[in-house]
Each structure stands twice: as structure tokens, then as C-alpha cells.
Write a protein that binds this ligand. Structure first.
Ligand code: NAD
Ligand code: TYD
Length: 340
């Protein structure tokens, strides 16, 4: 069995990636390390935790004792982070702690256990904001705007420093905005779906003409898989969805799909220092590993809307906060390491 550690595996992308690994690699023993902050939901992993091939450890990546979880691990993929820009504008302390200090702690633990491959999941937001033309390439300077992006840039650079200084076998991916199943409904697309489903107003920041390059989370997982197994150590790979859309256009599509009126759109005060446009050039990933996104954005969005409609129980539990009791209900009497 090959042991792989997935930090942040109870969050949105991490849990999708665990499902991907689980289905594709029957000989992998997957250890999920997650603190279960408000963004972590163990329900996302319910079906695979029953298998015995996926184990869960409730750990803070800042904990100096985290190293034990990395014993005999061949690979580590590091998702754990504070991830919401608006929260980082309110208070960045947890972002500095987890994204910067926590990442360094994870790197040191992985280095101590001599893992043979480490994939750091970074973001396009480290590049800052684009004007109307051009796309981000891997060689561009990092000029992050928000406190979230600044802490992700710091962690990205710390991983690069470990590669150069210690020969640490790390690879970095920088991906654009994800959407799909299990995304916490504070992020733009699931929030708008939830509001539209309930007939409540949809809060659009400023003029709604900000552009993001949207990628379905399953395409992101396929790219991470390709890089983890075939990427070159020390390299950075951009991952984009090839789907630039303005926020307001997405809101209109969601309303139309759900048969709701555009009068539900409410323009609210813009986010501070709101990045205007992100767009990724993923040519390197295509050239080296033959990856390209498979989802067309409109199909992916329709599929995601269906997922939220079909998973009302998940949504209700997420909105009520009850998902946070799931861990205590199922595991409080056990050791901190377990499989269902
Ligand atoms: P998320 O917020 O849904 O999940 C983050 C997970 O990390 C949660 O399960 C949370 O409990 C865990 N976590 C947070 N702090 C922790 C700590 N101190 N110790 C252990 N676990 C902790 O985030 P996501 O959207 O799934 O993003 C995952 C990664 O991908 C992040 O590193 C993010 O920066 C990056 N990323 C996200 C996007 C996107 O569009 N969502 C795009 C590019 C890159
Ligand atoms: P978000 O999902 O927070 O991702 P990011 O800021 O990391 O790109 O937001 C995506 C876009 O949607 C961004 O331009 C901000 C905008 N937005 C709104 O207009 N209203 C909202 O309520 C939220 C959460 C985001």
C-alpha cells in the first residue's frame, strides 16, 4: 500500500480529491489530516471513511506534533488553509497562522519523514489582478492584493525556499476559482445558488463586472493527480478552467436556470481592493502532462446547481451549523485516529 497524506481533506477541494484518489488508486492508503474548522465537514468523506482505506486525524497543521501523521508517507498533498477572502479582510490572524506558519510546519514534518513527493496547492490569487488583456503565466511576479492572497503567496514562497535550500521534493500548483459539489456556501457560486433556491436576494459586489476563470473541481482534481504523479520537482504549474465569466453573468445564469427573477439581484458595497480580473494560461500543464479541462462552464454550472438541489440535507446541515457536531457524535469516544 502507498501511503498518501491529504491535509485539509475535509474541505471543498480536498474532499473531492480524496474521492478522486479513492476511486482511481485502490492500492493507496489515504490519511486525511484536518482541524475541522468551520470550513471542514467530515460528512463530505462519509462514504469513503467507511472503507478502512481512508483514515481521518483531527489535527491542526500548526501543531508541532503533526509529524506522527506523516510517518511512512510517500506523498503529501497540502490543501489545508483559511480560504475565504472576505474573512481575511475582516481579520487575517488565522490566515497568517494556518497558511504561513502551518504550511512551514507541514513542510518540516514532511521533510523530517523524507516523503518522496509534496504537492503544495496554491492559487492564481498570488499573481494579483489583471487588466482587460493577458493571462497569468508561471513566471510572473507574485503581487497579491488581499490578506488571504498574501498569506498564500508567503506559503508558496516558503515551499520554493525549501526546494532550493534543502532539496525538498515539492511541486506547486496555482489554480483558478473552483466550483462544484461540497463547496461551502459562503463562496460566490454556492451562495448564489442557495439564495436563489430560497428566493432571497443575491448580493453582487459593486458592478458585478469582475471576471474569474472558473474551473470545475473535478477538472482541478484531474490536474492535481497529473502533477502529483508526473510533474517535475521544483516546478510551478498553472491550472485554469478556460472559462472567464463576469460575476453578474453567472448570477443571471443561475437565476434563469432556477426560474427566478432578476429582481433578486442586489448590488451591495464592493469588497475592499477587489481584484478585477483573473485568467490563467495553463499551456505548460498541457504541454508537459497533456491536461486540459473537460467541463464546459455552462454544463458544469448546471450540474452543480443540480447537486445543490439534490443535496438539501447537506445544505441544511451546513447552513444550520449542525455539520460541526458530526465529528463529536461519531468519534468523541474514540482515539483521535480512526476509520469509520
Ligand atoms: P476550504 O476552506 O473548503 O477547506 C479548507 C480545509 O482546511 C478545511 O477542511 C479546514 O477544516 C482545513 N483547515 C483549515 N485550517 C486548518 C488547520 N490549521 N489545520 C488543519 N486543517 C485546517 O478550502 P478549499 O476551497 O477546499 O481550498 C483548498 C486549498 O486550495 C486551499 O489551500 C486554497 O488556498 C486552494 N485553492 C482554492 C481555490 C478555490 O477556488 N476554492 C482555488 C485555488 C486554490
Ligand atoms: P469568491 O467566491 O469569494 O472567490 P475569490 O474572491 O477568491 O475570487 O468570490 C468570487 C467573486 O464573486 C469575487 O469577484 C467576489 C464576488 N462575490 C460577490 O459578488 N458577492 C458575494 O457575496 C461573494 C461571496 C463574492
Amino acid at each position: 500500500m502507498t501511503k498518501i497524506v491529504v491535509t485539509g481533506g475535509a474541505g471543498f477541494i480536498g474532499s473531492n480529491f480524496v474521492h478522486h484518489l479513492y476511486a482511481k488508486y485502490p492500492d493507496y492508503q489515504i490519511t486525511v489530516v484536518d482541524k475541522l474548522t468551520y470550513a471542514g465537514n467530515l460528512r463530505n468523506l462519509e462514504s469513503v471513511l467507511r472503507s478502512g482505506r481512508v483514515t481521518f486525524e483531527r489535527l491542526d497543521i500548526c501543531d508541532p506534533a503533526i509529524g506522527d501523521a506523516f510517518a511512512r508517507a510517500e506523498m503529501v498533498i497540502h490543501f489545508a488553509a483559511e480560504s475565504h477572502v472576505d474573512r481575511s479582510i475582516e481579520d487575517a490572524e488565522a490566515f497568517v497562522r494556518t497558511n504561513v506558519n502551518g504550511t512551514w510546519n507541514v513542510v518540516e514534518a514532511a521533510r523530517g519523514h523524507k516523503v518522496s513527493r509534496f504537492l503544495h496547492v496554491s492559487t492564481d490569487e498570488v499573481y494579483g489582478s489583471l487588466g482587460p488583456q493577458g493571462r497569468f503565466t508561471e513566471t510572473m511576479p507574485l503581487v497579491p492584493t488581499s490578506p488571504y492572497a498574501a498569506t498564500k503567496a508567503a506559503s508558496d514562497l516558503l515551499v520554493q525556499a525549501a526546494v532550493r535550500t534543502h532539496g525538498f521534493p515539492a511541486i506547486i500548483t496555482r489554480c483558478s476559482n473552483n466550483y462544484g459539489p461540497y463547496q461551502f456556501p459562503e463562496k460566490f457560486i454556492p451562495l448564489m445558488i442557495v439564495q436563489a433556491l430560497a428566493g432571497r436576494s443575491l448580493p453582487v459586489y459593486g458592478d458585478g463586472q469582475q471576471v474569474r476563470d472558473w474551473i470545475h473541481v473535478s477538472d482541478h482534481c484531474r490536474a492535481l493527480d497529473a502533477v502529483l504523479h508526473g510533474g517535475r520537482v521544483g516546478e510551478v504549474y498553472n491550472i485554469g478552467g478556460d472559462a472567464e465569466r463576469a460575476n453578474l453573468d453567472i448570477v443571471r445564469t443561475i437565476l434563469k436556470t432556477l426560474g427566478r427573477d432578476e429582481s433578486l439581484i442586489e448590488h451591495v458595497t464592493d469588497r475592499k481592493a477587489h481584484d478585477r480580473r483573473y485568467a490563467m494560461d495553463s499551456a505548460k500543464l498541457l504541454a508537459e502532462l497533456g491536461w486540459r479541462p473537460q467541463w464546459n462552464f455552462e454544463d458544469g454550472l448546471a450540474d452543480t446547481i443540480c447537486w445543490y438541489q439534490a443535496n438539501q440535507a447537506w445544505l441544511a446541515e451546513t447552513r444550520s451549523g449542525d455539520y460541526r457536531n458530526y465529528f463529536e457524535r461519531h468519534y468523541v469516544h474514540r482515539e483521535k485516529t480512526f476509520a469509520l
